[in-house]
Structure formats: C-alpha cells, structure tokens
Design a protein around this ligand. Sequence first.
Ligand SMILES: Cc1cc2nc3c(=O)[nH]c(=O)nc-3n(C[C@H](O)[C@H](O)[C@H](O)COP(=O)(O)O)c2cc1C
Length: 215
Amino acid sequence: MRQQRFEVGSRSDAGGGGGAAGGLHSQDELAKVLGIVGSPRKNGNTHVLVSCILEGAQAAGAETDLVLLGELTIQECDGCHACWKRDFACSKHDDMQPLYARIAECDALVLGTPVYWYGPTALMKCVIDRFVYFNCPENRGKVRGKPVLIAVPFEDTTSETADLVVGFFEKSLSYLEMKLAGQIIVPGVTKRGEVRSLRQVMDECHRLGEELVSR
Ligand SMILES: Cc1cc2nc3c(=O)[nH]c(=O)nc-3n(C[C@H](O)[C@H](O)[C@H](O)COP(=O)(O)O)c2cc1C
C-alpha cells in the first residue's frame, strides 16, 4: 500500500516582509497573491495544490492570480546580464516580461513544481534562472522580503525525494532575500489531480493560503 504521509511547514520568521507593515493586508488594498504552476500537466497535482492554496488566500481576503508555466513561452537565461545594465531590463522579449511585472506587483508568491528526476521541472528551473533579473540592486526591491510558499507533489513515498527541490528553493529564495514562508510536500501522488482526494492535504493547503495572508 502506498504511503500517503505529507509534510507541511510554516516558517514563523517569515512574516512582515511583503506588502504593508504588520502583514500583507493594508487598510485600502487587498493583498495580491500570485501562484505559479511549474508542471506542464494542466489539472495535475501541482495545479490542484497551488489552486487550493490560492483559495485559502482568497478566503482570507486576498486577490489571487494563477499562472500555468506550461501555457507560456519562456526562454532560458543565457547570462547576458543586460538586466544588470542600462535600463535594467531583460533582453528576452517573451512571456517572462509580463511575469516579471506580476511578480513585482504581488505581495506573496506560491511556487509549485512536481519532482522531476529529483529536481524541479525544466519550466520552473527556467523561471528561477530568469530571476537573475532580480539579482541587481535596481531590481532587488521588487522581490526583497516577499513571502513564498512552495508546493511539491511526487510519486515516491519518501519525503527525502523532495530534498533537492526544497533545498533549491530555500537557497535561491534566501539568496534573493525572499522568505520561504511555508511548504507542502506531498509524496505518493502520480495520477493527474489525484491529490484532490487527499482531504488532509487539501485542508492544509487552504490553511497555508489563509495563513500566508493573515500573518
Ligand atoms: C519527467 C518526469 C520525471 C519524474 N521524476 C520523478 C522523481 O524523480 N521522483 C518522483 O517521486 N516522481 C517523479 N515523477 C512523478 C511526478 O513527480 C508525479 O507524477 C507528480 O504527481 C506529477 O505532478 P503533476 O500532476 O503536477 O504534473 C516524474 C514524472 C515525470 C513526468
């Protein structure tokens, strides 16, 4: 029988960095939460997890937005470093351009990827590579202090299978002064969207989304 244990983590030191002081809410504006799905499989497990987290955020009063990377065309970063010079813009005229703006506008991010060969998907890796754009003083303020939740489903039944993915996000986000606010790591799922049947996982996603906004 397959093991269906999942892991949830919230980082208590991650609050207060994005949006208005004292939390994501301000008096007049709704918190904006952007979910990015790094699986090419629409309605797959990552899509379900990220959507459920966004539903939780909405229930706590946030405005949410969902991006499916599989529907976008995003080239790989080639290290030209145009984004560190002159107008500090990326040289690639592709779907990452509007995504940079959406990331800059949001108060919190939800990043989801399944484990693909012990790492993130190529779609998610490509986006994180393009985060080089944020690695200069002129653009760093667009992400500094932003809380991020990560969602990682995979087929193996041991949570260690996600260690490299979690480490990849921990180190990369921390390098950019973003804050890993929590994680939901779900082993033992492989069929499209089967995670939806795990009530406890869905409840935790909802709770994490609410907590992200209410912190
Ligand atoms: C190319 C590929 C590589 C995968 N590599 C792994 C892996 O290394 N470990 C694992 O446990 N599952 C692996 N899986 C299974 C997926 O992580 C699993 O099916 C997941 O639930 C898919 O999520 P999705 O529905 O959001 O696409 C792989 C699947 C694919 C298609």
